[in-house]
Design a protein around this ligand. Structure first.
Ligand code: FAD
Length: 405
């Protein structure tokens, strides 16, 4: 059910509350489809959690550092006349386990997948990702590979993530072999594009936001603080907590309030020296049981070198928002003993007490209930990263499809 909640009334203007990336993408596609759109943004800038601060050493991303391409995403970049900056290929990926940097691809993982192909998947009513993959992979690989990998995207471990939400087309497979086949089929759809993988832009993700915003410059009202009111074609693209407050008089409110959020911070450092084990690498994922505050580190300059000066840059992703300086320094001591205080050039943190919606069963059930409610509440439309996917690429496809209905 990866779709926007609600339906448009044809021929009437569309009022979009929130000009984060989801509001901008939806506004773009609706305008393209011939709708009159208005975007109301309470802040003095658009983009919400996406934006780039430029420093003399290179960009610091507020939130998303990359767009993972799909055919729809590539088509949108072409329409916006944006030149994507592809991420470097063949970078090493690391896990940090028991004080060592290791490769995520282990012999034990490969053997478990090969010998587990004929095993039946668990027939549970609402399995978490951990419930579903445990019989195939075992606890060690769940804790040290699956949870860190998904945690880097969803800020939630495998035991808190709803299998059906993450793999809607694959989770009903009867065997693990069938499950893997369905995943490969999904990935196949993205093959054959002239560029693939993650991209950014020269100047960072702000360039994507600027292009969307330029295409809607006559439609966006910044610093908009007029009281919210419902009218035909009211779309809310703010987070679920805000949407719940705006819709407090409606039956949507209780469902919106049941959606939980995970906190997260990003701390970007520019250093004179490289973190030694992260040379020519994408970065490192850190399982939660390693007594390190951060869950991952991105090697920004290795990934998008064209955006950086000579100095290396790293972004620490931490599921905490308090005492961050002390926590990052302590993480650095463990991960990068070669870095000294005198190697620091610049450091900045962005804190998000409600960073990302938790993709659990409660969220899925709330979304299902609101799809039903929208059948009888025709003027309410809901979109944002808690509705139809957390990533920009999912938002692009959902908004494009909605504009075509
Ligand atoms: C640290 C981090 C890293 C990420 N990395 C990636 C990545 O690499 N790739 C990727 O694809 N995704 C990534 N994501 C996810 C992605 O960035 C988010 O899902 C996306 O930015 C959310 O956009 P949104 O428009 O739904 O919400 P928001 O960005 O929260 O935007 C909501 C907007 O609504 C406005 N608003 C709120 N209340 C009102 C009101 N009452 N009236 C009017 N306006 C209002 C806000 O000011 C804001 O502009 C990341 C997220 C985070 C937090």
């Amino acid at each position: 059910m990866n779709q926007i909640i609600g339906k448009l009334i044809k021929g009437k203007p569309v009022h979009i509350w929130g000009a984060g990336v989801s509001g901008l993408i939806l506004g773009y596609y609706l305008k393209k489809a011939g709708h009159r759109v208005y975007l109301y943004e309470k802040e003095n800038r658009v983009g919400g959690k996406i934006g780039t601060t430029l420093t003399e050493f290179g960009p610091i991303e507020n939130g998303a550092n990359a767009l993972f391409l799909s055919p729809d995403a590539l088509e949108l970049l072409d329409e916006l006349k944006l030149a994507p900056l592809p991420s470097a290929l063949k970078l090493k990926r690391h896990l940090f386990i028991n004080g060592k940097f290791t490769s995520p691809l282990s012999l034990s993982l490969i053997l478990k997948i090969i010998f587990g192909r004929n095993k039946k998947t668990p027939q549970l009513s609402n399995p978490t990702v951990e419930d579903y993959l445990l019989p195939l992979l075992g606890q060690e690989l769940i804790d040290h590979l699956v949870s860190p990998s998904l945690g880097g995207i969803y800020a939630t471990e495998a035991r808190g993530l709803d299998m059906q939400s993450l793999f809607p087309e694959e989770f009903s497979a009867k065997t693990y072999g069938e499950f893997i086949k369905r995943i490969r089929l999904r990935l196949k759809k993205n093959r054959g594009m002239r560029i693939s993988g993650s991209v950014s832009f020269k100047g960072g993700m702000q360039i994507f936001i600027n292009a969307l915003s330029d295409s809607l410059k006559d439609e966006i009202k910044l610093n908009y603080n007029e009281p919210f009111h419902l009218q035909e074609n009211t779309v809310i693209t703010a987070d679920a907590i805000t949407a719940g407050e705006l819709l407090k008089e409606t039956p949507f409110a209780s469902h919106l309030k049941s959606i939980q959020y995970a906190k997260l911070s990003t701390t970007t450092l520019f250093l004179k020296e490289k973190i030694a084990p992260l040379k020519q690498s994408f970065g490192v994922l850190i399982p939660r049981d390693q007594k390190i505050h951060s869950i991952g580190v991105l090697s920004n300059k290795d990934i998008f070198s064209a955006n950086y000066s000579q100095y290396p840059s790293y972004t620490f992703i931490t599921p905490e928002v308090d005492d961050l300086n002390a926590k990052i320094m302590s993480d650095l001591q463990v991960l990068a003993p070669n870095i000294k205080k005198s190697d620091f050039l610049f450091m900045e943190s962005k804190l998000y007490p409600a960073a990302l919606p938790v993709y659990n069963k409660e969220r899925r059930e709330a979304i299902e209930s609101m799809h039903e409610l929208s059948q009888t509440n025709s003027n309410i439309i809901l979109f944002g990263n808690y509705v139809a996917g957390i990533s920009l690429r999912e938002m692009i496809t959902a908004a494009k499809n909605f504009s075509l209905t």
